[in-house]
Every structure is written in C-alpha cells, then in structure tokens.
Write a protein that binds this ligand. Structure first.
Ligand SMILES: CC(C)(COP(=O)(O)OP(=O)(O)OC[C@H]1O[C@@H](n2cnc3c(N)ncnc32)[C@H](O)[C@@H]1OP(=O)(O)O)[C@@H](O)C(=O)NCCC(=O)NCCS
Length: 186
C-alpha cells in the first residue's frame, strides 16, 4: 500500500510502489517531458530509480512521489525529495527537490501546487534545513517555477556535467532555506 504524503486541492501525492515504473515509462517518459533532462530513459533505468527511491523512503522517510489527479485518479506527474547524488555536484547529500508533469497537463498550476506541498513536507516532517533544485538555463519553465517558489539562484553551486548535451550545460542550482520558505509563504 502506498503512503499518502500530502493532499492538495486537486492532487494526491503518494509514494512509489513496486510496478509503478511502467506507468511512468508510459505517461512521463516522453521526448517533450524529457527534452531538457537528458532525453527519454529505458524502462530498466526508471525501475532502478524507483528502487533507489523506495529504499530512500524506507531509510529516511522521503523520496519522489506520484502526483495523482483527484478528478480522474490518473497519475499526472512525479515530484519530491531525494539527496543530491550527482558525483560532480559541490553539495552532495543536500535535500534536492524536483518535478515532472505530464505534457497534457502542463500550465494548469499542477507543478506549483504539488511543490508547495512538497516544500511544506521537506521543512516540516522531513526536517530539511534547506533544499536545492537543479536545472539548466535552457529549461526556462523549470527555473521560472523555482523563482516563483522563492528559491534563490546559487551560482556558487553550479557545475558542469558532460553527460548532458551542450545546450543543457552547465547544471545550475537554486536553494531555499526553511526560513526563506516561511517568509515567502507569508
Ligand atoms: C517544468 C514543469 C514541471 C512545469 O509544470 P506545470 O505544471 O506546467 O507548471 P505550473 O503550471 O505549475 O507553472 C508554475 C509556474 O512555473 C513557470 N512555468 C511553468 N511552465 C513554464 C513555461 N513553459 N514557460 C515559462 N514559465 C513556465 C511559471 O512561472 C508558472 O507560473 P505562471 O503560470 O503563473 O506563469 C513542466 O513543464 C515539465 O514537466 N517539464 C519537463 C520536465 C522538467 O524539465 N522538469 C524540471 C526538472 S528540473
């Protein structure tokens, strides 16, 4: 049974379960959604990420989640918290937040709605002192959302990852502390 981590006006955020990789592969692993994230993944790569996420949730009580649309019961996105695990990053182990929304549900406010709940979770029950988010200059929708959530650009944490195509380099970072989130919400 999945755990329901949060509920918003239009979404339920639940933990990932065994067998969810096929759903992610079908609904989110599309060329458009994955365009700025190194391209589509193989099913086994998503299975490996989910296995890692389930182990993280068991050990530390946080992970990436599925966004379920209340009106239809359908999975419409993936978001949550993991630890920075890119070996090239300057801040390994920090709490990293991230998000993906199904292409046919873009620009409805789902990513923002889900992330407001994820940030409350991160700074509440999870107890993260600060979170970071990683993207590229070319991923305009993503960094605009970071700025809308009150996140601060951290040029000091940027790094270059040759695994990404030239147009998505370098990897750029934003961060947010628990205090900054409380101020932003007020
Ligand atoms: C980035 C993404 C998750 C946004 O999801 P979404 O549900 O459409 O976003 P929302 O409707 O909640 O938008 C919230 C804010 O984000 C910004 N934003 C989202 N999409 C944008 C776009 N295409 N262009 C510019 N700004 C955008 C805006 O500031 C927007 O606020 P506004 O509507 O008041 O202008 C979605 O486009 C996506 O899945 N992209 C591919 C995956 C990806 O790159 N994920 C990020 C990894 S770091």
């Amino acid at each position: 049974m999945a755990d329901i981590v949060a509920e918003t006006e239009r979404l339920v955020l639940r933990t990932i379960e065994e067998g969810d990789a096929a759903l992610q592969y079908r609904l989110l692993d599309t060329p458009t959604v994955m365009a700025r994230l190194g391209g589509v993944k193989e099913l086994h790569e998503i299975e490996a990420k989910h296995a890692k996420g389930m182990a993280l949730y068991a050990q530390e009580g946080f992970s990436f989640l599925f966004m379920i649309e209340k009106a239809t019961g359908e999975m419409v996105g993936h978001c949550g918290i993991k630890r920075v695990d890119n070996p090239l990053a300057k801040n390994p182990g920090d709490h990293e937040v991230g998000w993906l929304v199904r292409e046919d549900r873009w620009r409805r406010g789902y990513a923002e709605e889900a992330m407001r709940a994820v940030l409350d979770w991160a700074f509440g029950r999870v107890g993260a002192p600060h979170v970071v988010a990683l993207t590229s200059e070319a991923n305009v929708g993503s960094w605009k959302l970071m700025e809308k959530l009150g996140m601060i650009r951290r040029r000091d944490l940027d790094f270059d990852d040759p695994a990404y195509p030239q147009e998505d380099r370098p990897t750029i970072l934003y961060s947010l502390t628990a205090e900054q989130w409380q101020e932003h919400k007020a």
